[in-house]
Structure formats: C-alpha cells, structure tokens
Write a protein that binds this ligand. Structure first.
Ligand SMILES: Nc1nc2c(c(=O)[nH]1)N[C@H]1C(S)=C(S)[C@@H](COP(=O)(O)OP(=O)(O)OC[C@H]3O[C@@H](n4cnc5c(=O)[nH]c(N)nc54)[C@H](O)[C@@H]3O)O[C@H]1N2
Ligand SMILES: Nc1nc2c(c(=O)[nH]1)N[C@H]1C(S)=C(S)[C@@H](COP(=O)(O)OP(=O)(O)OC[C@H]3O[C@@H](n4cnc5c(=O)[nH]c(N)nc54)[C@H](O)[C@@H]3O)O[C@H]1N2
Ligand code: SF4
Ligand SMILES: [Mo]
Length: 692
C-alpha cells in the first residue's frame, strides 16, 4: 500500500444494521479523505446512509478516546488519568489472575455488544479464544434478535426463507415490525422495484413509521400481538379453502394439529387481541390467500416482547400454508445471518476444546452483577457495548457497575456512560483503521474490510489488544497469537459448499463476494433443515424445551396485563432512531442536532387526558425508573401506545436516563431475548413548552 498517492481501499460498515454496506475509503497522504458506498455492490449500489456519510468525521471527533486511562474519581464520575499500555495490560492481567485464583475463571465476564459486528474485532468472534483459555464465563448475546432466531428455527430450521433481493419478484409485500427507511434503507430499492411491477406494500407496526407512511396500507397493531394476527390471517385463508394442500401434505408436519389452532383464532377474536379491525384482517387474509408470490419481511422489532419467539415461529408458518415457499419472491425473511456457514469452531476455538463454563445472559447484567453468587462476577471486560445506555433496567445496571469490589475494563472509541464506570479504559481502533471479515444479516455477501489509515493516538484493534493481554497473562496456547489473516482464514476454512471458492485473497482483491449459493436462491429444495426435514408445525424440539409443541400466540407480559394497565396504562415502544445506530453517533453534534432532543409521541387523546401539549417537557415512568422527553402529539400512534427512539446517551439528556430506565430485565419466551417494547409506563407533564 502506498501512502502518498491517492488510492482507494475496500471496506465494510461494521455496525449492527442488516445492510452491512460495502464501502471504499479514498486515502490521500495517509489520510482518509472520502468514504463512498461501493457502486458495483448489488445491495449497496453506491450509497451508505445519513449516519455513515459522516463516519470519517466521527473517527476524528474531538472526544475520541486515544490513550489507555485509569480511573481516579468515583465510579460513574468519569474522572481518569492517562497511563501507558504496558501498565494498563499489566494491571488487567494481575487483577484477572487474582480473581481467577480466588473465585475461579467464571468470575470474569467478557461482555460484548453489537457496537461492532465483525468476526475479528466484533461480536462474531473477537476475543473468544482468550476467554476460553481463561475459563471465563460465556456471554449470551440476548440483546437483539435471539428470540426471533429461536422461533423461526423451530418452524423452518433456519432464519430466512428467501434472499432479500428477491423481494423484487413479490406481488404482495408485508413489512412486519420493520421500518427499513430508517433501519435498513438499501432493501427499499427491491421493494420499490416490486411496487413498480404492481406489488402492494403493507406495513404492520404499532407506529406509523417512515416506511408505514409510504406503504399502500398501514396496520396499526397493538404491540406484542402479532402471532394472534398471523393466526387470524391464516384463519381467513383456511376459511376460503385456499391452503396449499399439496405442499402441506408433502413438506410439513403436524398440519392437522396446527389447523385446529388456526381455527381457534377467528377474525373477531383476533381483532379484540390486536385492535386491528375485523374488516382489515379479512381483507388482508383474502389478499394473502390469492396473491402469489407474497413476501414477508419480518424484523427484530416484533420479537422484543415476552412472546417474541412465538411471534416469529408463527409468522414463519404463513408461506407454507399459502404455498409461497414454492415461488421465487415468496417466503419469509427474518435474518440471513445463518447462511454464512463459515467455521465458527475454527474461529472461536482455534486448537482449544469447546468452552464448558457457565453462560451469562447479557440482558440480565444488573441482576447478574448484584445478585449472582457461586461465583459472583468480580471482573467485567466490556467491549463494543454501552450497557449503561442500551441495556434494560438502567438503574439496576448502574448499581451493578458502581460496585466497588468489581474490577471493570471498558474498551471503547468514545467516553460513553459505560466508560464512566471503568477502572481501566482501553482505546480501540475504528473501522478505517483495522482489518475485519463481515457477514451480513440482510443480504448474502461476505465482505472484507482492509485497514485504510494508521490509528490515531495509541488506539489498537481488539485482535492486537487480546494478543497482548494473552501475553501479559502468560498464556501459551499458540492460537491466541494468530494474526488477523490467520483468524479470518480459520473462519473461511469451512467445508460448507456456500463458502466454496471464497478465499481471503479473493475477498481482499474484490472487497465482497456473494455466498456460493445458487442464484436465484431456492432455500428448501432439499427439504427443511429441521429435525424431521419438514417444515414443522408440530415441533418435538419445542416440546422438549417445555414450549407449546404447536405455533400459537403468547401474549406480551406487560402490554396486555390488565392489573398493570390500571397503574401504567401506556405501552411504550422504543425502536431505532433515524440518526443514531443504537447509541453510536448520539455524541456527534451533527446527528444530535438532526435528531433533536429525546421525544415521546402520544396520541392526542392520551395527551389531552393528561393536560399535555406539544413541546411540553414530560416525565415517563414506571416502578423501574423514569426519564424525561419532549412531548410530541400525533396520531402516528393509537391511544394507549406511546413511542420514542433508542440511542440517547443518558448523561447527555434530562434526568441522566434514557428510556431503558423503564424497560424490564425480563426474558422473552425463547433464547432469553430482551423485551424492549413490552413495557408499560405512565406519563406526566413536568414543564410547559417554552413560549417562543
Ligand atoms: N429501548 C431500547 N433499547 C434497545 C433496543 C431497542 O430497540 N429499544 N435495541 C437493542 C438492540 S437491537 C441492540 S443490538 C442493542 C445495542 O446495544 P450496544 O451493544 O450497546 O450497541 P451500540 O450502542 O451500537 O454500541 C456500543 C458501543 O460500541 C462501541 N464500538 C463501536 N465499534 C467499536 C469497536 O470497534 N471497538 C470497541 N471497543 N467499541 C466499539 C461504540 O462506540 C458504542 O459505544 O441495544 C438494544 N437496546
Ligand atoms: N437508523 C438506525 N438503523 C438501525 C438501528 C438504529 O438504531 N438506527 N438499529 C439496528 C439494529 S440494532 C437492529 S437489530 C436492526 C433491526 O431493528 P428493527 O427490526 O428495525 O427493530 P426496531 O427498530 O426495534 O423495530 C422495528 C419496528 O418494529 C416495530 N415494533 C415494535 N414492537 C412491535 C410489535 O409488537 N409488533 C410489530 N408488528 N411491530 C413492532 C417498531 O415500532 C419499529 O418500527 O436495525 C438496525 N438499524
Ligand atoms: S448503518 Fe447500515 S445502511 Fe448505514 S452504512 Fe452501515 S450498513 Fe449501510
Ligand atoms: Mo440490534
């Protein structure tokens, strides 16, 4: 690589977004001067998004962490002094060794988030070998889509039934709990193409989002009731005798049992559960019965509920009943992540045996820090995560992080609320400064990210930090010292045909490569990857897990709880912000000014009942906590539902809390997933809007 001439470097967006954009960094005299989407990438096609267009600026932001730090003030105060790397790693190694000697390795919790999605630097593999060698507790990534993954897997054996690019062939598209114009904008091109060909677009979402506002029809469902709606729609299909009897007989198991379940959900019953009018259910059910191909793009939003796994499990049955599974452009998409069948064991374990230590659920951080025994968590190493802002039950998390006897290391790019609780802070590189290999969860391309520029200050990539930490700990296992290229190769060295012909050299040369799957992708040509080889309405695996053997409807824990409803009558839904990616960019002045202050939208009826007018400062609370926001009044939500957006840094907003102060540390029905949108609150006015 020359450093003086102008040249471009292949890369990929590392953030938690289905699109995993391919990008090109233009480098001049060793500086990154421009960042563009890769034009010939079939999914990205030359564009990034409003957030990442300013990424280079973000890498040079004045608040970027550049040096290792040691805490000098109280936990949470954010007072630090600069130290050297050797000192920092020496201290971490000696504290980890003490903890392991006194309490066992499981008292160490490596806690990673979705701040970076790579195999080398991010949640798909970073540090896993080191934690295994140390005998640390294992970290279960429950904060995002796990309930839906578990649910879709029970039905289909995998989490997608089609390639998102094939949405363009659909004649009816249902975006179910998915707001792509904000959270996955590149898929909109394929939806638009289908619409040009006459497809109808229906959005099912409690909020009239940007995407819902652009649709032919918006169905404003009560949060957490989607599985009931799915059963109601199938009730209409079955009532018309429109089920694909041949497909059901040949490729599914348990249809009779499931059919009886469907018959339990006539539109009238479903309307009462979901608040969707009977006529709307019947009309969509009829369209579903008669429109081939129909594509359903489901997303994470609807599974952030106590019944979230069941929601995806039930919705995933629809294309089998209608026969859409047979058609190109028909089927259901949840995530494409599972199609990236690299060698996970190779990357995560190297030559070590699989870990057998206890597994800690990340969305129980507060409770695990405060109540766990045998052994208690005594050392926490947080990377690519901002739990003081992103995790449920914020006050509990803070109390846990404030424990004086807890040794906390945070590896970060920016001084987040979580950093404020660290004993030692380590500065990490950003995506233009390190190498990585990326999967996607919204398309079928593997990507390589080549470092484009030297890191600023003393920032290091995680891979290098973990090699140095292994040395400081005196660990000898050779695989802990593998280079970045070796690590990438260990994932690519998979015998699975989907990776045939994909080498590190080819990826470096091209930047991205499609998985070696047939084009078009026909997922279930050889049967379903379930235990029976069929699409499973009846699931023995579910029964063995203590779950209902047949898909159904599991009510949300809070939204339909009548007792709770008396005290906290409003259901708070808190999805993606258009200008932040989770908590990333919420410290960037440009994005802060575009996003504005935290807002909560109330229906005019709910606002009137509380004497709240547009622009008032309001307090949103329940037994778990409270936060402040500016009131926005509008009919984008129904009475009884209020909406905000995630991502604000608590320390930068009123009451030093964001909406996760009110969310419960509760598990969903499957996989221990988080329940961010299953949350009852009350709202009161704090101050009148300033008169201008
Ligand atoms: N109320 C509510 N809360 C939610 C959600 C919701 O819908 N509603 N959604 C949830 C979901 S889906 C998710 S995925 C989580 C995400 O929650 P988190 O896992 O906390 O993810 P982020 O906020 O994206 O990123 C965390 C941190 O990673 C850092 N980071 C980025 N790249 C790197 C890197 O290369 N190295 C290091 N060391 N750090 C890096 C960023 O600076 C950022 O501070 O939030 C959840 N929280
Ligand atoms: N701009 C931006 N893009 C993002 C993110 C971001 O923070 N900002 N976050 C990223 C992350 S972490 C993820 S996991 C992905 C995917 O994240 P998404 O799947 O987009 O997740 P959410 O934003 O939580 O929810 C999507 C939609 O589901 C709706 N919803 C909530 N509850 C229900 C329900 O019970 N039923 C139905 N039908 N709908 C419901 C919400 O109102 C929202 O409009 O997006 C990623 N993209
Ligand atoms: S956040 Fe999503 S849309 Fe934006 S650049 Fe990254 S992958 Fe692309
Ligand atoms: Mo996520």
């Amino acid at each position: 690589m020359t450093t003086d001439a102008r040249h471009t470097v292949h890369g990929a967006c590392p953030l938690d977004c289905p699109d995993t954009c391919s990008w090109q960094v233009t480098v001049e005299n060793g500086q990154a001067v421009a960042l563009h989407g890769t034009r010939d990438h079939p999914f990205t096609r030359g564009n990034l998004c409003v957030k990442l267009n300013r990424y280079l600026e973000h890498t040079r932001a004045p608040d970027r962490l550049l040096y290792p730090l040691r805490r000098v003030g109280k936990k949470g105060a954010g007072a630090f002094q600069r130290i050297g790397w050797d000192e920092a790693l020496g201290e971490i190694a000696s504290r980890f060794k003490d903890v392991a000697a006194t309490h066992g390795g499981e008292a160490i919790w490596p806690f990673f988030g979705t701040g970076h999605m790579g195999h080398l630097q991010g949640m798909l593999g970073s540090g896993f070998r080191l934690w295994n060698a140390l005998g640390a507790s294992q970290h279960r990534m429950t904060i995002c889509g796990i309930a839906g993954i578990a649910g879709a897997n029970l039905t289909l054996g995998q989490t997608t039934g089609m390639d998102p690019e094939d949405l363009r062939f659909a004649k009816l598209i249902i975006l179910w709990g998915f707001n792509p114009l904000t959270s996955s904008n590149h898929v909109w091109r394929f939806i638009s193409e289908a619409r040009k060909g006459g497809a109808r677009l229906v959005v099912i979402d409690p909020i009239r989002t940007r995407s819902a506002a652009q649709a032919d029809e918006h169905i404003a469902i009560l949060p957490g009731t989607d599985a009931a709606l799915a059963l109601g729609l199938l009730n209409v299909v079955v009532g018309m005798g429109a089920e694909d009897a041949d497909f059901l007989a040949r490729h599914t198991s348990g249809w009779d049992e499931y059919r009886r379940r469907i018959l339990d959900y006539p539109p009238e019953r479903v309307a009462a559960i979901t608040r969707v009018p009977v006529a709307t259910i019947v009309a969509l059910g009829r369209r579903l019965a008669t429109t081939r191909p129909t594509a359903i793009r489901a997303s994470q939003g609807m599974q952030r509920h106590a019944g979230g796994g069941m929601a995806l499990r039930t919705i995933s049955t629809i294309p089998a009943v209608t026969g859409d599974t047979r058609h190109l452009g028909g089927g259901v998409i949840y995530t494409t992540g599972q199609l990236f069948t690299g060698s996970v064991a190779g990357l995560h374990q190297g030559d070590l045996p699989p870990p057998t230590t206890r597994i800690l659920t990340m969305t129980r951080l507060g409770e695990n820090l405060l109540a766990l025994d045998d052994p208690p968590v005594k050392a926490l190493l947080i990377y690519g995560a901002n739990p003081a802002a992103s995790s449920p039950q914020q006050e509990t998390v803070r109390r846990g992080l404030a424990r004086e006897d807890l040794f906390t290391v945070v590896i970060e790019n920016f001084p987040t609320d979580t950093v404020d609780y660290a004993d030692i802070v380590l500065p990490s590189t950003m995506q233009t400064e390190h190498a990585d290999l990326h999967n996607a969860y919204g398309h079928l391309y593997l990507l390589w990210n080549q470092p484009a520029v030297a890191p600023p200050g003393e920032c290091l990539p995680h891979t290098e930090i973990f090699r140095r930490l292994a040395r400081a700990l005196g660990l000898n296992e050779p695989c802990l010292y593998d280079s970045d290229d070796d690590l990438a190769r260990s994932f690519l060295a998979s015998p699975h045909p989907a990776l045939a012909g994909i080498t590190l050299e080819a990826l470096k040369e091209r930047g991205w490569m499609r998985l070696n799957l047939p084009t078009p992708y026909v997922p279930f040509a050889d049967g379903f990857p379930t235990p029976s080889g069929k699409l499973e309405f009846h699931s023995e695996k579910a029964a063995a897990l203590g779950l209902d053997p047949v898909p159904g409807y599991t009510p949300p824990a809070e939204v339909t709880d009548a007792g709770l409803a008396l005290r906290y009558p409003l259901a708070l839904v808190a999805p993606a912000s258009h200008y932040f990616l989770n908590t990333i960019f919420a410290n960037m002045p440009e994005m802060q000014s575009r996003a504005g202050p935290p807002r909560i939208t109330l229906n005019p009826e709910d606002a009137r009942a509380r004497g709240i007018t547009q622009g008032d400062v309001i307090r949103i609370f329940n037994d778990r906590g409270a936060f402040e926001a500016t009131a926005e009044i509008g009919d984008i939500v129904q009475p009884g539902v209020v909406a905000g957006t995630k991502g604000y840094w608590p320390k930068l907003v009123g009451e030093r809390s964001n909406l996760n102060a009110t969310v419960a540390e509760r598990d969903s029905d499957m996989g221990g997933g988080a329940v961010f949108h299953d949350n009852r609150v009350e709202v009161e006015r704090l101050r009148r809007a300033a008169v201008t």
